[in-house]
Ligand binder design. Structure first.
Ligand code: F6P
Length: 546
């Protein structure tokens, strides 16, 4: 689809916007009792209710036409066939192979990658079983009680989000910790209270060159060597990387290096050996179930017509709001405390993927691309930022996530949680009109003058869009399906926006400048040549660093 075609599509969708501005959702719900049935779909154990959106059948039909015209189905096939759709890095995008449960070969560059994937999975199983059952111990023979994963970005956010989400499957005698920030406070506070004799480090880095990770890894190595001697290091470290020689150079035993491949993007790597700390924390079988859940969503994405395809529906709704209504942020609001890192995880998945402003051909895009993704679990968020979502000047489309079954038997907690999530999407959709506010205040016996004064503050505009994702329980399988759902949503939007969702050049400039600034910050070189702001800040630092 040519650039002009996309622009024309976005423009023609504008006529639908005008129509829907005249017909808010509360009116549509009133006239159509089948709205939920019409605008809900299921796949891989997830129910998506998207009826509380500013849509009608014409809008959805036009959005699916746009997805088809943009080539979503063709690009999806190209991705599956191992084509180098990551054109700027000349790489295939094959994270789906990591969780593939079928028997067919999956070729990448002419070679079936499944035997290698299965070999790494077998190695993960053998190693994690052995650590969990005490066959593999620390240098002095103690059982491992604490695992510290050192990684950042995709080598941290996925495993840390998943470990927290699957807390019911963890063991109290084997704790997982995650160190990512180069801020020494992170590793310092993590190691405080840990026993080196019982601590295992995983150095996780696709490239094994990331400065934050290598700095933390060196500090961890020194911590072990100082406490237990240099010879203890091999028994307290494992590594996950595509750069096997660099892991060996760091001193990791060959049988404790777990590889993956350049066709797995960092933010899509939780399914690879980067999931090693997950398997340690929840056991290999639960990690395998997480992969299985993702594969179930892959099958749904690959085989379901766009009209009933969960990731595609969510993607086109996102495009509708971003490109036609001009909404610039998207909130992810899990009513699931254990998903409290889910939005942070999705920030990398979505914003590093689609935070782009040139097309695949390197030309400026003529439309907005990835939104700002953010969120916190409910009900906490209700007492913090929901005010703005309900009555602020910006409209923020939101996803609510909720399980039907909690892991705890603690009535009435879960009923209350569910009542709240349903109330929020209902309130956002319905709003409260001036007439309703006046009636309510009259019933409270307020004076006419006070009613007049208060009414504008108490009106809710409503017509604020949301999706609700309902699932039976937050099991490893369901979590796998959920994560894969968002991955395919991001993919679909990337195709519609015609950007490369699989590179991340935007992170490079900061890295280059930090490298150049380090000797100046260390006081070894002068700050001359930098802008006056940077020089002024450097001077302040050097005068105050103590
Ligand atoms: O700088 C961004 C990034 O490259 C992410 O894409 C990646 O997930 C993260 O850094 C960590 O990279 P690595 O796994 O190579 O250490």
């Amino acid at each position: 689809m040519a650039k002009s075609g996309r622009k024309a599509s976005f423009a023609s969708l504008g006529k639908h916007k005008k129509r829907l501005e005249e017909q808010p959702m509360r009116v549509q719900f009133a006239i159509d009792p089948n709205r939920f049935k019409r605008y809900s779909a299921t796949g891989a154990g997830i129910l998506l209710d998207y009826s509380k959106n500013r849509i009608d059948e014409e809008v959805m039909a036009s959005l699916f036409d746009l997805a088809r015209a943009a080539g979503v189905e063709e690009r999806r096939d190209q991705m599956c066939e191992g084509e180098h759709i990551n054109i700027t890095e000349d790489r295939a995008v094959m994270h789906m192979a990591l969780r593939y449960q079928g028997e067919h070969p999956v070729p990448v560059d002419g070679q079936d990658v499944m035997p290698e994937i299965r070999a790494v999975l077998a190695a993960i199983k053998a190693y994690t079983d052995a650590v969990r059952n005490g066959e593999i111990r620390g240098h002095g023979g103690e059982q491992i009680t604490d695992v510290v994963n050192i990684g950042i970005g995709g080598s941290d956010l996925g495993p840390s989000m998943v470990t927290l989400a699957l807390a019911p499957y963890t063991r109290p005698d084997l704790r997982a910790h995650y160190v990512s920030n180069v801020d020494g406070a992170h590793i310092h506070d993590t190691l405080k209270g840990l026993d080196p004799k019982k601590t295992l480090f995983i150095v996780a880095s696709k490239t094994f060159t990331t400065d934050e990770t290598m700095t933390n890894a060196n500090s961890a190595r020194a911590w072990i060597a100082d406490a237990l001697g240099e010879e203890a290091v091999p028994n307290h470290f494992a590594a996950v990387s595509t750069n096997i020689p660099a892991c060996a150079k760091f001193g990791i035993r060959e049988d404790r290096i777990f590889g993956f491949w350049d066709w797995v993007g960092g933010r899509y790597s939780v399914w690879s050996a980067i999931g090693l700390p997950i398997a340690l924390a929840v056991g290999y079988d639960n990690f395998a179930a997480f992969l299985k859940g993702a594969d179930a969503m892959d099958r749904h994405f690959l085989s379901t017509p766009l009209e009933n395809n969960l990731p595609v529906i969510m993607a086109v709704l996102g495009v509708w709001y971003r490109n036609v209504w001009g909404f610039s942020t998207h909130a992810v609001l899990p009513y699931d405390q254990r998903l409290s890192r889910f939005a942070a995880y999705l920030q990398q998945q979505d914003m590093e993927s689609n935070g782009k402003s040139v097309t695949l051909a390197g030309k400026p895009v003529g439309w907005s691309t990835g939104p700002i993704v953010w969120g916190e679990p409910g009900t906490n968020g209700q007492h913090a930022f929901y005010q703005l979502i309900h009555q602020g000047t910006d409209v923020i489309p939101a996803d609510f996530l909720i399980a039907a079954k909690p892991h705890e038997h603690l009535p009435p907690h879960h009923d209350k949680l569910v009542a709240n999530v349903l109330a929020q999407s209902e309130a956002l959709m319905l709003g409260k009109t001036e007439e309703e506010v006046v009636e309510e205040l009259k019933a409270q016996g307020l004076s006419k003058a006070r009613i007049k004064e208060l009414t504008p503050h108490k009106v809710f505009p409503g017509n604020r869009p949301s999706n609700t994702l309902f699932y039976e329980q937050l099991t490893p399988e369901t979590l796998g399906s959920l994560v894969a759902l968002y991955e395919h949503k991001v993919f679909t939007q990337g195709v519609i926006w015609n950007v490369n969702s699989y590179d991340q050049w935007g992170v490079e400039l900061g890295k280059q400048l930090a490298k150049a600034l380090l000797p100046k910050v260390a006081g070894e070189q002068s700050g001359e040549g930098h802008d006056s702001s940077t020089q002024g800040l450097l001077a302040y630092y050097l005068a105050n660093k103590g």
